[in-house]
Design a protein around this ligand. Structure first.
Ligand SMILES: *[C@@H]1O[C@H](CO)[C@@H](O)[C@H](O)[C@H]1NC(C)=O
Ligand SMILES: *[C@@H]1O[C@H](CO)[C@@H](O)[C@H](O)[C@H]1NC(C)=O
Ligand SMILES: *[C@@H]1O[C@H](CO)[C@@H](O)[C@H](O)[C@H]1NC(C)=O
Ligand SMILES: *[C@@H]1O[C@H](CO)[C@@H](O)[C@H](O)[C@H]1NC(C)=O
Length: 333
């Protein structure tokens, strides 16, 4: 009798133990799960999100990550990449308050504006909406996402000007706004960021006017302003005391005298092709570890200094100038 009771109670204990542990394996927060199911519905239940099934733990669904126990396993990352997805960014993304990473990438049928509810995501560190067909302006509210470290809005159809408030982001490490239809000038405020100087990529837009002098105060590791309609002086971006690795100003309308421009001793990539740059190439340029170099289609003249890396580039890097001479061209007369 006693024995049977013991066996029965042990079995009962085991059963309870097994069911509670299997339930506690469902880590997903119920609010997050409801929100995610609404997002799936908003996107017309795409096959890409087939694993998002109400009967399973949402922390096991594709395109998602949950945080650890310190944030009660709330959803911290949503990455929708390269699927058959049509429609707009669902407003419900704003209801995932622990989100640190939000990515919609390589979705050509994703249209509409940058979803305003993203403003609610105060924990966001990494926002990447790229290779989609988003339109409209870059919203000012992005500057309220104070934890943002990486902002990529490249390869879209965004228009309007760049909000100057982006320079107030205290932790930003990279601002990538290339390949849109942005107009206006580079904001004066971009001459000072509260934290480290971010990598700046603004290429393939319709930005115009001179670049603010204040940008000369910064030591960019990478700056790409290529393929815009920028004009005037860009010499302030250079300097022997800077530590830049890559500077691309190609295909603009810059006009300045190169003769006194010193390059950072760290510069590996310099592209100035298709501008109206005058003067000669300084001897100091032989002191840089250049790996890519292009000054073609400008109005440069004079002797190409001998030494360093300058002769490791062929004539295509120097072609279509006014009167450059010396290797890789013929000797100067
Ligand atoms: C985009 O939409 C078009 C028209 O509805 C469709 O033919 C195409 O397959 C969609 N592409 C993707 C990647 O979803
Ligand atoms: C999306 O963008 C691609 C590439 O820019 C373009 O070919 C396509 O027509 C666009 N689709 C829509 C629906 O706007
Ligand atoms: C570069 O740094 C040196 C030594 O720190 C300083 O003497 C010089 O004035 C600086 N040059 C420029 C152009 O800032
Ligand atoms: C330099 O730019 C010109 C003009 O775009 C291009 O034709 C040439 O191939 C480029 N040279 C190199 C080495 O990329």
């Amino acid at each position: 009798m006693d024995k049977t009771a013991t066996v029965l109670s042990s079995l009962l204990f085991l059963f309870t133990f097994l069911t509670t542990t299997s339930l506690s394996k469902d880590l997903c927060n119920q609010d997050d799960k409801n929100t995610l199911l609404k997002i799936k519905e908003s996107l017309n239940n795409p096959y890409h999100l087939a694993s998002w099934h109400p009967e399973t733990d949402c922390c096991s669904w594709y395109c998602l990550e949950c945080g650890d126990a310190t944030v009660n396993h709330r959803v911290t990352s949503l990455t929708i990449f390269s699927g058959q997805i049509s429609g707009q960014i669902p407003p419900e993304v704003g209801d995932l308050p622990y989100l640190e990473t939000l990515v919609f990438r390589k979705l050509t049928n994703l249209t509409g504006q940058i979803q305003p509810t993203i403003a609610k995501l105060k924990n966001l560190k990494y926002l990447r909406l790229s290779w989609t067909n988003l339109t409209g302006p870059i919203p000012d509210f992005i500057s309220q996402l104070k934890k943002l470290e990486f902002l990529e809005l490249s390869f879209n159809d965004l228009s309007g000007s760049i909000p100057s408030s982006l320079s107030t982001l205290p932790n930003i490490m990279a601002l990538e706004l290339s390949r849109n239809k942005l107009t206006g000038s580079i904001p004066e405020s971009f001459g000072s960021f509260p934290g480290a100087v971010p990598d700046l990529r603004l290429s393939h837009n319709q930005l115009s006017g001179p670049i603010p002098k204040s940008l000369g105060n910064l030591d960019f590791n990478r700056i790409d302003l290529s393929r815009n309609k920028l004009e005037g002086d860009a010499s302030m971006l250079f300097g022997a005391n800077k530590t830049s690795w890559s500077i691309d100003l190609s295909r603009n309308m810059f006009q300045f005298d190169l003769s006194k421009v010193e390059l950072p001793k760290t510069l590996g990539v310099l592209d100035l092709n298709h501008n109206g740059i005058t003067g000669n190439i300084p001897v100091q340029w032989t002191e840089t570890p250049l790996q890519f170099f292009n000054v073609s289609y400008n109005r440069l003249c004079g002797h190409i200094p001998t030494g360093g890396k300058l002769q490791s580039f062929d004539s295509y890097s120097y072609s279509h100038n006014k009167c450059l001479c010396g290797a890789p061209f013929d000797n100067c007369k």
